[in-house]
Design a protein around this ligand. Structure first.
Ligand code: EPU
Length: 344
């Protein structure tokens, strides 16, 4: 276990915001976390993962916890494999590890930043796949009592970037210890999303003979072309969620914007890309103080150098207002804001 006092969180959030916390503790086993909780750590508590979806709005007055639980264990049968992963394992290492063993499912989720624990909280998703499609169970510790509890997939209330762990009454309560994914030994590629087929064609790759490693590489290259590398420019991936609107509202907008892209959610709902709306509002590549909008993907807000959380929040609010005015749609951040009070 490692513990620091008055510690900068700059290297623990991909936005690169230089907020400080009173204490920072990284534990290596569930038992260490249990003992720590019994020893009355300075409150409030905040459990973080890779920090790829966090925005610190100021210094954090209590204890920031980070898991150091690593390791991957697998249990195979004829057709499938269960992979139990420590919360602190890098997500993309899970993807790489499983694909290289012929265990399929996670290929479209390649190169998403963050740790395995957060995949279960955030229900990370990209290119037509979501973590919830593969998660079998999530082993947690209750930060209020130190008790362990396992949630089955059905109990996690998964939705688009949503889970039980993000709901008001559960937020901040559970530390994820291990996540178990159920993967297949048969490769069934998902190619019908976001330009994957066009990119396969560009490369002369036929869907029938495509390997999982080739698909992973295509996804990695598409992501790299659109999304800024947080090591070069602070950011937290998509800053906003794509709003889901009633079909009538979508159709009314379509009359005004015939080029508007969309994804059907169900018979009566449609998802509209927030990035497209922000782009139409003229924000792509623009700056407001030390925060800005990425020049290749308007859904991504970036730290232009020494931005504070408040700088990013200000930009976020101005963009939300513009989108509301132009499209009549309220967009909501996907990124979790951590206020200086510590209360989420
Ligand atoms: N678009 C624009 N201008 C922009 C950005 C997008 O016109 O500046 C248009 C695109 O041309 C496209 C549509 O909007 O027609 C959707 O864009 P894209 O395929 O890039 O995906 P997205 O909806 O912006 C979502 C996820 C991403 C994920 C991609 C691919 C959310 C909030 N974001 O973005 O997830 O990688 O689809 O599956 O659902 C993340 O969560 O951090 C993330 C990167």
């Amino acid at each position: 276990m490692t513990k620091y006092e008055n510690y900068s969180l700059r290297n623990h959030n991909t936005f690169g915001i230089d907020a400080r916390c009173r204490f920072f503790v990284e534990y290596d086993t569930p038992e260490e976390l249990h003992d720590l909780l019994l020893a009355s750590p300075a409150m409030p508590l905040l459990h973080i993962g890779g920090g790829s979806n966090l925005l610190f709005l100021g210094d954090f007055p209590g204890t920031v916890l980070h898991s150091g639980i690593r390791g991957i264990e697998a249990e195979e049968d004829e057709t499938a494999v269960r992979v139990r992963v420590g919360a602190a394992v890098q997500w993309d290492d899970v993807v790489d590890y499983t694909l290289s063993r012929g265990w399929y499912g996670l290929e479209n989720l390649s190169l998403i930043p963050g740790e395995a624990g957060a995949s279960a909280v955030q229900n990370i998703g990209a290119y037509g796949s979501e973590a919830k499609d593969y998660i079998e169970r999530v082993e947690c510790m209750d930060l209020h009592t130190g008790q362990r509890r396992t949630f089955r997939n059905e109990e996690c209330c998964y939705g688009y970037r949503q889970s039980l762990f993000k709901q008001e009454e559960h937020r901040g309560r559970w530390a994820v210890l291990y996540v178990t994914y159920r993967l297949s030994k048969t490769f069934s590629p998902r190619l019908d999303y976001g330009g994957i087929r066009a990119e396969l064609e560009n490369r002369g790759l036929a869907a029938e003979t495509l390997t999982a490693q080739q698909l992973r590489q295509v996804i990695i290259d598409i992501r790299r072309a659109k999304l800024p590398d947080p090591r070069q420019q602070g950011n937290a991936g998509s800053f906003f969620m794509n709003p889901v609107v009633p079909r009538e509202q979508y159709e009314a907008l379509l009359a005004r914007y015939p080029q508007m892209p969309h994804y059907d959610v169900d018979d009566s709902h449609v998802k509209i890309p927030a990035g497209w709306m922000i782009d139409r509002c003229g924000w792509k590549g623009r700056a407001l103080g030390r925060a800005g909008v990425h020049d290749r993907q308007a859904l991504v807000l970036v730290n232009l150098g020494n931005a504070s959380g408040q700088d990013v929040l200000h930009l976020c609010e101005v963009i939300r207002n513009d989108v509301r005015e132009q499209f009549g749609i309220d967009i909501h951040p996907e990124v979790n804001f951590i206020p200086a009070s510590g209360r989420q």
